[in-house]
Design a protein around this ligand. Sequence first.
Ligand SMILES: [Zn+2]
Length: 472
Amino acid sequence: MLRVHNTMTRTKEPFEPAGDPVTMYVCGPTVYNYIHIGNGRADVVFDVIRRYLSYSGHRVRFVKNITDVDDRIIERSAAEGRPFSAVGQSYTEAYLEDQRALNVTPPDFAPKASEHIPEMISMIETLIENGHAYASGGDVYFDIRASDDYCKLSGHSVDELRAGARVEPDERKRDPLDFALWKASKEGEPWWDSPWGRGRPGWHIECSAMSTAYLGDTIDIHGGGHDLIFPHHENEIQQAEKATGTVPFVRYWLHNGWLTIDQEKMSKSLGNTVTVRDLLQHYHPMILRFFLLNTHYRKPLDFNHQALDEATEGYLRIFNAYHQARRVLGLLDAARWPFDGDDDLVDAVEALDAAFDAAMDDDFNTREAIAAVFEFTRSLNERIESLSRHGLASAMTAYELIDNVLGILAPVPHDEAALEGRALEREAARARRDFRASDAIRDSLAAEGVMLQDAKGYTRIVLTRLPPTEAR
Ligand SMILES: [Zn+2]
């Protein structure tokens, strides 16, 4: 039985979707720059959550929007001297490349804000009609004083927020907490026609409008980073619930934890923003993905190079064991595997399946799920020489089944037939006691990150590193 932590109730609840399919919305990127590793964490976390729901037998309808109308894109367009739409287009493409690299399954729908302005205008009109929003000098604001449940998600005190709110000199709002649904466009800014004149939507309205347009008035899961709880998700709730009259807008709110860099919050002012793109120059994307999943999604995660090195080591243990099972099956077929065991590994496979499901059912605990994979890897490595063909095949199947959820397995980046050939050459050189030749082969492969280990009757091939992918 799957249980999920709901930010709204602050408890772990049994997951009971309203119907079929499960409906899920995650806030996507604002395309004004390359995505950073914190965005990458949310992408990977919600990808795995979605994959696990499918793995557990649910159909899932998954929407992740693209925010291509935003102040930061306007600023970027001025800074780069490119049209607003060209900036959005190029960073959208870069984002999609990063998603592919991280093995994130594309959403069923990836609506762009710029293509859903009519839905937003219509939702804003409804909010004005039913007394929850007002037009003011070409802008439209949500009227916080007309709501009695603002901050029900974040638990903030409205009075304290109001006391601490900054009041701008050219204020068109009735209350400092009122937020913009629509903004009049300034000279040179992109604009759309609206009942309130030329302007553009505020940020929050797009998610309420697109979520209800694609998934209905109430959805099962809404996800995003912890930093989105206030004000973004709080405002999404107000807009959607006051416009549709349906409560709740979202049945389960899921938020992933902070990502820090060397224990510091990532911020532009500290200059410590790390983009996914930069990291992929140094790390294989599946190692990054593994690193992001090797912590429970709600926990804070510190990014530093030592942690990445540790992740690399852990990742390669799983990677090597999977490929070892695959290779040994090939050697068996070629009558080059010297063992003839009858261990079918049933107990270890059953233990893995049970532990994996239990971990994932416990609020998608990927860290525990990966621990189960390590445990399985240990028993596989210990027993590889006594396994039957069936045992080897079921080990591979076990890894592959789980990888439908984790999505971390990568192919061997080398020409495997050539590697086998080199290993055989080295065995032959050793047999004729030509240790110079055998050492030369071992050393040249070691320089490529391939270690040849002498085991009883065969040569084990172990990768000691996985190079970052080629420039894309
Ligand atoms: Zn959103």
